[in-house]
Design a protein around this ligand. Structure first.
Ligand code: MG
Ligand code: ZN
Length: 312
């Protein structure tokens, strides 16, 4: 045996061993919008209102009229910097936005008591969301925050970039397709961590929350804020939209928590860690073939999910 093939054999053995260490887990996911869902206002407009009313620019008008919201906010942040509104004032303003009643409690309960995985998918920006979460002791409740990345530069100006650029999804803005983000997250969790979600809850209020819920499965839950655009749009176009997920309409975090706790699907404690007997050998005594077959199965599942509009 050449030294090459023996090192190959070691590499294969290591790969198989690491594969077998990852046991499949079944969990639950809740994905949240931020503005008007977790916080009671729109973080962007609250900060924009720090500008004196007479301060604006031709560029700002042009951008807002052409629906370039992220670029528009970039221009607003430039004007705030020009007006010498300091970073601390912007951060204080964000921290002072009240929660939608019951959401701090709901998030803590889901994360700490019910072992949900939680994420945020928002068209606000990373500075605002992280600031608010830290101020409310919620930062460690979320696995990930998907939003437009932002930072204060060396001169103290807030700079924001688009989360991504897309033109495939007509329901979503070019800088953020929340449906794509949610799908990618679910696939990544499966491929990288062997985590499958028995139920996905998507909680939102606005028109940009329609795309993700239309990609949900029948075992998932679309949670729309009562009286807001998402609920109105879903109810008005119910037959046309073919929403597969169950619709939960909520008025507050307290109300949503009551509705979730009453769901028969959430009555069982920790979901069965290994409900599929075919996968039983992975992680507990299966041979190398089992691990490889499982990896191949997942890779092909992910590949087909990537092609289809909806993996579910
Ligand atoms: Mg919203
Ligand atoms: Zn979309």
């Amino acid at each position: 045996m050449s030294s090459n093939s023996s090192s190959d054999a070691v590499a294969v053995a290591k790969a198989v061993a690491s594969c077998r260490l990852v046991k499949q887990q079944r969990r639950r996911l809740a994905a949240f919008d931020f503005d008007h869902t977790i916080v009671s206002q729109n973080t962007d407009t609250v900060v924009r209102d720090l500008l004196p009313t007479e301060v604006t620019s031709a560029r700002a008008h042009e951008l807002v009229e052409n629906d370039c919201w992220t670029e528009y906010m970039g221009e607003v942040f430039r004007l705030l910097h020009e007006q010498q509104v300091p970073e601390a004032r912007i951060r204080d303003t964000i921290r002072g936005i009240p929660e939608v009643p019951g959401f701090v409690r709901l998030i803590k309960h889901l994360a700490k008591r019910m072992q949900f995985d939680l994420i945020i998918i928002s068209d606000s920006n990373s500075v605002f969301i992280e600031e608010w979460l830290r101020a409310h002791n919620l930062a460690d409740c979320f696995l990930a925050v998907f939003t437009n990345p932002a930072e204060f530069d060396a001169t103290g100006r807030l700079v924001v970039r688009a989360h991504h650029q897309q033109s495939d999804c007509k329901l979503s803005a070019s800088n953020l397709c929340k449906g794509r983000v949610l799908e990618h997250f679910v696939i990544e969790q499966d491929l990288r961590r062997s985590i499958r979600y028995d139920h996905v809850f998507y909680v939102g209020d606005g028109n940009n929350d329609i795309c993700p819920v239309l990609r949900q499965r029948a075992c998932d839950f679309a949670c729309a804020r009562s009286g807001f655009a998402m609920e109105k749009h879903l109810l008005r176009n119910r037959s046309k939209l073919k929403l597969r997920a169950q619709l939960l309409v909520w008025k507050s975090g307290f109300d949503l928590m009551d509705q979730m706790l009453a769901l028969p699907q959430l009555q069982t404690q920790a979901p069965n860690p290994n409900p599929n007997p075919n996968l039983g050998t992975v992680g507990d005594g299966g041979g190398p073939e089992d691990g490889q077959a499982e990896m191949a199965r997942r890779a092909s599942a992910a590949a087909s999910a990537g092609q289809a509009k909806s993996p579910n």
